[in-house]
Design a protein. Structure first.
Length: 266
């Protein structure tokens, strides 16, 4: 397993919560984004298993990495357990799991730090009315609270707390040992968790209310795409007009060697 001496442990992340320290978290999809996050001092990264690799772990440096175990791609507890151990050996630090409580408990029982999901759970939001806030009524807020308490009972490490009222989030965060990773859950969440595509402004999907954009990479990506097209058009024109390849692109052969070759094949 890849080891980084300054990488936070579960115990140290819990210590940050206990001391009321702000925790920063980004969802990244490439080694370049992971390396930039590490250089910026971001504490935690969320990386879906399909993007995780030894190169990603190396690029992430001292960041604490949450591996996203893909809900729906994995089915049984054994599937999840095997996947979690595989990515643990690659250098994962905790494991996002949106499966049922009994499957989450199997991971917890094997000392794997589990991050669950409460509030708006995108993969299951049909039960709560779609992509909208959860916890805006007393009954709905109590359901989020009860979910957190069930996660406590199985020994979960944390949970993504998505799109719930800030005051509800404050009560929950102050009354659970779980690390609550806030996405649209207000300032009292233990961590503030954003997607890099929103921070850098290149996302194609709907931008959520809680997202904040710091750079406009979309315009730069569009400019680069236009430059790609222009370069490819110039290449095609050169090929069509016999202007490519030029002498400097060609491998030469001495006259005597070519004559000997020609004699052998004639």
């Amino acid at each position: 397993m890849s080891m980084y001496h300054n990488r936070p442990t579960v115990a140290e992340i819990r210590g940050m919560k206990a001391r009321g320290e702000k925790i920063s978290m980004l969802y990244v999809t490439s080694p370049e984004e992971a390396a930039a996050a590490a250089a910026a001092g971001i504490h935690m990264l969320s990386i879906e298993s399909r993007f995780m690799s030894p190169e990603m772990r190396e690029a992430a440096g001292d960041c604490f990495i949450q591996i996203g175990l893909l809900y729906g791609k994995l089915v049984t507890a054994e599937d999840y357990l095997r996947e979690a151990f595989y990515y643990r050996d690659m250098g994962g630090d905790c494991y996002y799991c949106a499966a049922s409580l009994d499957i989450q408990k199997v991971l917890c029982d094997n000392a794997l730090p589990v991050v669950a999901h409460v509030g708006l759970i995108p993969s299951q939001c049909t039960w709560t009315g779609g992509f909208k806030a959860v916890g805006k009524t007393a009954e709905s807020a109590r359901m989020v609270w009860d979910h957190v308490k069930r996660l406590e009972s199985i020994g979960a490490f944390g949970a993504e707390l998505e799109v719930v009222p800030d005051r509800v989030a404050k009560v929950i965060c102050e009354n659970t040992p779980l690390i609550m990773l806030g996405m649209g859950a207000g300032p009292w969440a233990d961590a503030q968790y954003l997607f890099t595509e929103d921070v850098l402004g290149y996302g194609q999907n709907h931008k959520p209310r809680h997202a904040k954009t710091y750079r406009n990479f979309r315009a730069e990506y569009d400019r680069l795409q236009e430059e790609r097209i222009a370069a490819f058009k110039e290449l095609k024109a050169d090929i069509d007009g016999g202007l490519y390849p030029e002498p400097q692109h060609i491998v030469s052969i001495k006259d005597e060697e070519f004559e000997r070759f020609s004699t052998q094949v004639s």
